[in-house]
Design a protein around this ligand. Structure first.
Ligand code: PEP
Ligand code: MN
Length: 264
């Protein structure tokens, strides 16, 4: 199987030196929480910010995001930091609202990539729109489903794309929340050598103590960088409290990586 896609250079739409670092809270909880976390991340020197506005929770009853109400917070944070902002979208309506509020980069979540109808609706909504899109792997270990989502967006004219490796769900005992199954993104990169590959160690690990070695491994495999969850006070986070780190810990993590990757 071979796939021929025309993909823009990542640095043309997310400028960075060394590995790309996208960081921010799992969820935008309050305007104050988003501001405090993102201002600290600016000091750490990250290249782009992230936050969940619409949260696709596996089961109901947990925090599902503020939705449109949080988009003006994103706009204000962008203005205060001057950094590009990335959010997850899952429907054409999310896309319309995100673009209206100057979101710079969209991403498709793991629970959306699994559904070709859903991905096609998103692709159709993006036809003729010049916005970068990052595509997370599907929750299940299915390379073709991941490729299919990439092809649907490419078919709609999207050229500024990257893929995010966030691990795959399993029913087996594992130290990971979503085992990385590195062979899958490696195979994707073999099929699409010019596709930027970004690691999401937070959703792979599900716990803080594994983050460094996952990012290390990703960089050793020539990933372009990481999207990592950072919260001003991780223990109090409304979602994914176990895997988030403070801006200070992110700085430490990046310094440790530097020892192995002196060009960072
Ligand atoms: C997220 O990045 O906040 C998220 C919900 O991730 P995933 O789609 O990988 O589960
Ligand atoms: Mn999360």
């Amino acid at each position: 199987m071979s796939v021929q896609l025309d993909i823009a250079d990542l640095k043309t739409w997310l400028p960075h030196q060394g590995p790309l670092v996208i960081a921010g809270p799992c969820s935008a909880e309050t305007e104050e929480q988003l501001f405090e976390t993102c201002l600290k991340l600016k000091e750490v020197g990250v290249h782009a910010l992230r936050a969940g506005i619409w949260k696709p929770r596996t089961r109901p009853g947990s925090f599902e995001g503020h939705g449109a109400k949080a988009l003006p917070w994103v706009q204000a944070v962008k203005k205060a930091t001057g950094l590009p902002f990335c959010i997850e979208v899952a429907t054409p309506q999310h896309i319309e609202l995100a673009l209206k509020h100057e979101v710079d980069v969209l991403w498709i979540g793991a629970r959306t990539t699994v559904n070709p109808f859903n991905v096609q609706d998103i692709a159709d909504a993006l036809r003729g729109v010049d916005v970068p899109v990052m595509i997370k792997n599907p929750v299940n270990p299915d390379l073709k489903l991941w490729l299919g989502a990439i092809e649907r967006l490419h078919g709609a004219g999207i050229r500024k794309m990257a893929v995010i490796h966030r691990g795959f769900s399993t029913y087996e005992e594992s130290k990971y929340r979503n085992p990385p199954m590195w062979q899958i993104p490696i195979e994707l990169k073999r099929l699409l050598p010019n596709m930027p590959l970004i690691c999401d160690p937070s959703h792979i690990a599900g716990r803080r103590d594994l983050l460094l070695r996952i990012v290390q491994k990703a960089l050793d495999l020539n990933y372009e960088g990481m999207m990592i969850e950072v919260h001003r006070n991780p223990k109090e986070a409304w979602s994914d409290a176990e895997q988030q780190i403070t801006p200070y810990s992110l700085r430490e993590l990046l310094q440790r990586l530097e020892l192995r990757h002196p060009n960072i």
